[in-house]
Unconditional design. Structure first.
Lengths: 404, 380, 404, 380
């Protein structure tokens, strides 16, 4: 067991730290909630500066503008950014998940055109997979793409839970191109310009009232020929690549949510009566144990990544641990502080409101447990009633059952 | 034995449901979060006779019991209605029991005067001191001090997060005299030295006030210790009753959606994870209902058990509503956690309610305290 | 709300109490653990005495030796027996569940022959439904009954979880009479003499080491013609009657398990440090709340019964509440007392050992939640892969899947 | 960063699994409940070199770390083996750290002498006093008192439920001097005034002793406060490690059965209720493993964090094993709760283990205490 840097890593850390010290005055202040547009522009400039220094896409291959380094170097960059108290990059979704998907499945032209501006935040990206009726069952996507005579496409449908859509230049969109085959087989992935005619973006407010996500509506939106990523009707495989990178992001960045025993202990420590109360301590100890486990599971995961191993679906259990421990923490702190903790000015009110939404973001706990049970423990799957049935028939059957 | 609602009680409940069904209180709950005005349901309460529920018939009230009051509050809770009965009913129970002026009781019964109970928590087996709600933190505040001069009483102190205090005409505050003996005092809202700072937190349907008495004068009520204690537990029971109604509605909505929403070719309600969670809501709901009946029965027939019964009810209701509200969101998936959806309104109701009036954790501690006190007198 | 007796009930209670006062010296002492056979004989005599006084089968029709009274009178008898500190009847399963099943489905001859000796404990009964591979899925029964030329039967198979088998005279046995129809349709109910040739009874010890149940083996056991209860191949309907009476027994007698907040509070109160500890109090308060709810849910149930209503499957949730609260209590008390609570002499050690078995006795929590979810909340059932398939094929399919 | 086992550690673990696989320890665990003798695994421990694991190479030991020791105990826990290492290892760590006589260390390393650690719990942020395990009840007992006279020390006091005390040759007891300062003393088992009452509870594989010192004389060890504290937390970590191994085996057995057992035409492992519960076992198991690595790392590289790490590990392991053992029974249905089945042996192990050495609840309190102490020095 060794949590120290190798000499190479230590040198790299020194380099990053030095650069941040010299450049931190350019970092935007993300705490204020003023003009969103100006804040995005400032954040964009900061990512650009980081990219120029080589701190964006650290693990991307050099031929695509990355640094060709390992995941531990990416972690070093993240750690030093956190240590310096400056914001990270603006487009974590593009750089972390969508760019790698394009690298894996995109055409040479697409890589040429999109990857550079993505790294520099000249063009921010968003992920257009989930739909109101295709969340847990992602392959149930209904957004339609119809081929035009010239090889272009027309897109209609609705996407939801889209982060950054309001200022994204492009989106990676999963749509149904053939409803007459079974549901995983008739999907295709596309690059979609977010300023296209017929694209409507609506903010979606969460419990707290904050617009964390967007809904995006596509009304007969025209895509040029060559917008598809990977093969036509091969979209499910492309989507799985994205989801694997999503898992890596979530797994390795489990502390990115800002939930730690230390943080919650500070809130309790400020109330000496609570800090001496056995019941409060028992609850704090239990949830802090979960969060400590999460931290060191993250180090195990990083070690595996640095050895070139791909973490399995069990990495997703980290989110379960994080969210449930944070719910316990919010509960405990509200029990200690009382109604004041729920006041809209309180950080705890925000935390408490944020968690129910986070619980289903990126897949519900139930779906994750199914996947882990089947793919990691090898338990048999549930009977599937939708296997091999053409998508169009499946929908008709559902409508009939609900009507009945 | 007959441990069910009477026909009259069923009628009272149905009538309440009908009366409250005429206003879209759920929509109002969301609008109020953005500054919208809540519908004024006090006229509804007056018309239905709820204002005089706990005032004896001699004084113009309905002379009903705690169970009837809880049934009405359950219906209010079902639709997240903000009716200031949580403050008014324990206050009127104290005033009626103390034989307050008949004229005032009449006006309280017909709703011309609205009262609010400014609570103090009775001491327990670990600490006999009566305490008040603090503004923040785990340490409870001292109950206001009362200096008596015959019928007159001067009150000084601070009680935070008092339900329905803003806009009440009469405050019925429980404090302690120089010996630590509890005393209830009726203080007019306009009396010198009374300040009610209106506030709210998280659930905009819940009107709260931080109440300060700075040498405020009022009339001491002649009440014994048990009478004073029962007001605290009555308030616990009423708050819990609201929770039961909210659970019932949350369960209905969850079940409806679980039948309609399909994933992987099946209605989500056919999956064990959803089905078992919803039966857990049902289990908690029915347990809460049984304890509500117990508390209602004990209030009249076994007052010595009322602290235990009302506290257990509060524990069960607080847990049930938290569980049901989270499940309501969870069944709906991501959309259930958005501002436009109704589910978060139940979540807000659940989170605030279980921190009011000492919090459900205090009630669990009280259940233990009551049982441990009895046990200490019983051979093991 | 009224927990008091009506004048009639009060008079009946007075009568029961008076009788018990006069007869309690005949009650056996059940606390000692000496000679089991002698203890059974003493207990048998006590039931006979109770029966002669009219206190057994209180709710049975008068024509079958019962009192034709309501369930509240049965409760009064139970309460007074508990109050007097004397044991109840020996054969609760026969009188509570199997006798009522015979009354509902048995032939006149069977009623004539069996009911009287059952009430008087001259013949104790046991229930032979569950099998090692037919627990949750009771209709998966494999015990075979084959018809003989004279209309008699030959029984082979194994039953399990059989209470009182070691001293029972008869058993009510569910066996498969036609494996070539779907699994609910080929079952028949039988009366089986427990002293028949080929019947072997083996005690089954629980975690604590106590033999709470038995296994019963049938090796080509001969039954006389007319041993079937109800129609041949109509056994599932007969079994449902028994299970309904079981539900009544469990629901109405939820306190019969002896779990109460008062009892657990006494254990805590004897340790003043624990009694003042906020964490201990919080846990005690939470579990005592569950047990109080159980008590008053029981009163609601009794009220419904006394009005002639049949409680639904939700009554079974009482067992879930009881068992889980008792597990919490055992945990709490062991945390307070420490390892000594686990010493074999401790009542808590027995409680802690008893609960895991109780959790699945009479149906697992999972099966109950399925049933309640479907039949009370109206949620859709899980897809059933065994519907309409002949039992014999089903078994072959299972063997194949496990082999694969 | 490299947060995984080294090749040597993997080898150590595999070798342990191999060595312990030669005896049917699970069957022995059941037989011991009815008075059967447990297999003597001390020779196995000697042969494998586990007796000298925490003794430096200079003194004839293996000079390995806490992580290695925990890996061995995890393998012992997996098969419910009763090897008296839980007592021996913390004792030898103290003796080695104190530079005890080389000759004795050599004999301890080669297993000729077996030691047992008679623990005291270090004080915390709420109460600085060192305390001992009481025979019964929530109030902790005072740690034994030690009167020093140079190297000689006289010990008086009582410590209950000491793992592996019966049959140990040398007791390493932690007590306090007249100032409340902790002191460790090595006392020969045959010294005057030493009494070890062998006992056991619920899990027959766990040898326990109530140890009484009545003016017993021994040799005081020169150790600083941190050294004395670390023994307590090392014992916590070792006990937790046993738990992790038991969880792993319980999960494997549960999964195997869930694939084989059919109900309603499907393997029970295909039902969400079973599948989700077993993934919960996995989640807890992996969390425990991560904390085991953390504790192992902290013991050597961040001793200031070791109390936090070992306590968190204990909390996670205790909860995981209780959950896994109940699930092992539950997956098997009624048969899983019978005497003849192996599942109850895991249940017994779980129930006793989490009440030893202060209990897991004490560890959770300690996690909180460590974090609160750090937090008090940090701005919110």
């Amino acid at each position: 067991m060794d949590l120290n840097d190798t000499p190479d890593q230590a040198a790299y850390r020194e380099h990053v730290r030095g650069w941040l010290q010299q450049n931190r005055q350019h970092a935007p202040d993300t705490r204020g909630r003023g003009d969103e547009e100006a804040a995005v522009e400032a954040h964009r400039g900061w990512q650009r500066r980081l990219a120029e220094a080589g701190f964006v896409g650290v693990t991307w291959p050099a031929e695509h503008g990355g640094q060709g380094r390992g995941p531990l170097e990416q972690v070093i960059v993240n750690q030093e950014i956190a240590r310096a108290g400056v914001p990270g990059i603006l487009d974590t979704i593009g750089v972390g998940m969508l760019g790698p998907t394009l690298i894996a499945h995109g055409s040479d032209e697409q890589k040429q055109r999109y990857l550079g501006p993505m790294l520099h935040a000249d063009e921010v990206w968003c992920q257009l997979f989930s739909e109101p009726a295709a969340g847990s069952d992602l392959a149930g996507i209904q957004a339609r793409a119809k081929r035009e005579d010239d090889g272009g496409w027309r897109i209609s449908g609705q996407k939801v839970w889209t982060t950054n859509a309001q200022f994204a230049a492009y989106g990676l969109l999963l749509a149904r191109t053939d409803p007459d085959v079974s549901k995983h087989r008739g999907l295709t992935m596309f690059v979609v310009p977010m300023d296209g005619e017929g694209v409507t973006i609506r903010p979606l407010r969460q419990i707290s009232g904050e617009p964390e996500f967007n809904e995006v509506f596509f009304d007969d939106v025209r895509l040029e020929p060559g917008s598809e990523v990977g093969a036509v009707n091969g979209g499910w495989g492309v989507a799985l690549t994205t989801l694997m990178f999503e898992r890596l992001t979530i797994g390795a960045g489990s502390e990115g949510l800002g939930y730690s025993g230390e943080r919650f202990a500070r809130a309790i420590a400020s109330d000496p009566v609570a800090a001496a109360d056995p019941e409060v301590r028992q609850r704090l100890g239990a949830l802090a144990t979960e969060l400590l486990a999460l931290r060191f599971t993250g180090y195990r995961l990083l070690t595996a990544l640095s050895r070139g191993q791909i973490p399995g679906p069990e990495a997703g259990l980290g989110k379960v641990t994080a969210v449930n421990a944070a719910i316990e923490a919010g509960d405990l702190i509200a029990d200690v502080i009382g109604p004041e903790a729920l006041d809209s000015d309180s950080e705890w009110s925000y935390l408490i409101s944020f968690l129910p939404g986070l619980k289903s973001a990126g897949g519900t706990e139930e779906i994750l447990r199914n996947t882990v049970g089947e793919r990691v423990l090898g338990l048999p799957p549930e009977p599937r009633l939708d296997k091999g049935i053409p998508f169009s028939e499946l929908r008709a059957k559902e409508r009939q059952e609900v009507g009945a | 034995m007959n441990f069910e609602l009477s026909d009259e009680q069923v009628f009272l409940r149905e009538a309440a449901r009908g009366a409250l069904g005429r206003v879209n209180t759920v929509a109002a709950a969301r609008e109020a979060l953005e500054g919208g005005a809540l519908p004024d349901l006090w006229p509804t309460a007056i018309q239905a006779g709820w204002t005089g529920l706990l005032i004896s018939e001699d004084h113009g009230g309905a002379g009903l019991g705690a169970l009837d009051a809880m049934l009405v509050l359950a219906e209010a809770g079902r639709v997240l209605a903000g009716i200031p009965l949580l403050g008014h009913l324990p206050a009127t129970a104290l005033l009626d029991r103390a034989g307050f002026s008949p004229e005032s009781l009449g006006q309280l019964a017909d709703g011309t005067i609205r009262a609010a109970y400014v609570p103090a928590r009775p001491g327990d087996d670990r600490d006999p001191a009566w305490t008040a709600e603090p503004a923040s933190g785990k340490r409870r505040a001292p109950a206001p001090t009362v200096v008596r001069d015959g019928e007159l009483a001067t009150v000084t102190g601070h009680v935070a997060w008092v339900p329905d205090a803003p806009g009440a005409d009469l405050l019925v505050v429980v404090g302690v005299d120089e010996d630590g003996t509890p005393v209830a005092v009726a203080v007019g809202e306009r009396a010198d030295g009374v300040r009610v700072e209106a506030t709210t937190a998280y659930d905009a349907t819940r009107s709260l006030g931080h109440v300060t008495f700075d040498g405020a004068q009022g009339r001491a009520l002649e009440l014994d210790d048990e009478g004073l204690r029962s007001a605290w537990f009555l308030a616990q029971g009423l708050l819990a009753a609201e929770g039961l109604g909210a659970v019932e509605e949350a369960l209905e909505r969850s079940v409806t959606y679980a039948k309609e929403r399909f994933t992987f070719g099946r209605a989500i309600g056919s999956y064990q994870a959803v089905k078992h969670a919803l039966t857990e809501v049902l289990r908690r709901q029915e347990n809460t209902r049984s304890l509500l009946y117990y508390a209602g029965w004990a209030y009249d027939d076994a007052p010595g058990e009322f602290p235990l019964a009302a506290s257990a009810l509060r524990v069960a209701a607080g847990g049930a509503l938290d569980f049901a509200a989270r499940e309501l969101i969870s069944v709906h998936g991501g959309i259930g956690a958005t501002w436009e959806h109704d589910a978060p309104l139940w979540f807000r109701r659940a989170q605030l309610s279980r921190r009011l009036l000492g919090g459900t954790a205090e009630s669990a501690d009280r259940v233990a305290g009551e049982l441990l006190t009895s046990a200490a007198g019983t051979p093991a």
